[in-house]
Design a protein around this ligand. Structure first.
Ligand code: S3P
Length: 191
């Protein structure tokens, strides 16, 4: 599907994009394992993400993300949901692309924030004004936009997003139409 069965499908996007819920459904639909970098981190540290931020600070959390990315190299054919800040450093999206197809779950910022505030505790949103969140989002967008596939989730529920992701992956996996090849689909006799 995403290239071949060894290829991972890696979901990126801002908090509230639905990476966890979409990833879980997508993995089920594809019959693949599902993994979240945030879960890898909490399992390793033995404490929830907000506690890691409070006790050890953001730089420590980002170092744990670096380590999680190194461990992702062992994954084959899985669906991987990343934390919202994980792809946002130079070379990171390219490193993820080496592991599979990177899918950006995008959306209107107000909608993403509303979802993020409704579900779970997001330390990166603590005490931030709307302007500060917008600045954070803008600083991240250039990284997300390097993804191989983009699905706008603004008006979609998780099942609908999964359907769009599957459609986009199928298009990518489809071999090019013969008429689009340089010799118009004719066999070459140039021996
Ligand atoms: C973060 C997003 C969170 C989690 C951590 C930091 C971020 O994941 O990794 O709180 O920097 O955007 P979600 O995107 O799943 O909320």
């Amino acid at each position: 599907m995403a290239g071949d069965m060894d290829d991972n499908v890696i979901l990126v996007g801002f908090m509230g994009a639905g990476k966890s819920s979409v990833g879980r459904i997508l993995a089920k639909r594809l019959g693949r394992c599902f993994v979240e970098t945030d879960d890898m981190i909490t399992a390793k540290e033995g404490s929830p993400i907000p506690e890691i931020f409070t006790a050890k600070g953001e730089p420590h959390f980002r170092a744990l993300e670096d380590e999680a990315v190194r461990l992702l190299a062992l994954k084959r054919g899985e669906v991987i949901a990343t934390g919202g800040g994980l792809p946002c450093q130079d070379g990171r999206v390219e490193a993820l692309q080496a592991l599979g197809t990177v899918v950006w779950l995008s959306g209107d910022l107000a909608t993403l924030c509303e979802r993020a505030l409704r579900s779970g505790d997001r330390p990166m949103l603590h005490g931030k004004t709307r302007e500060e969140i917008e600045t954070l989002y803008k600083s991240r967008e250039p990284y997300y936009s390097k993804a191989d596939v983009k699905v706008d989730t603004t008006t979609l529920n998780p099942d609908q997003v999964v359907a769009e992701v599957l459609k986009a992956l199928r298009v990518r996996a489809r071999p090019p139409h013969p008429a689009l090849s340089p010799n118009g689909g004719e066999e070459s006799n140039s021996e």
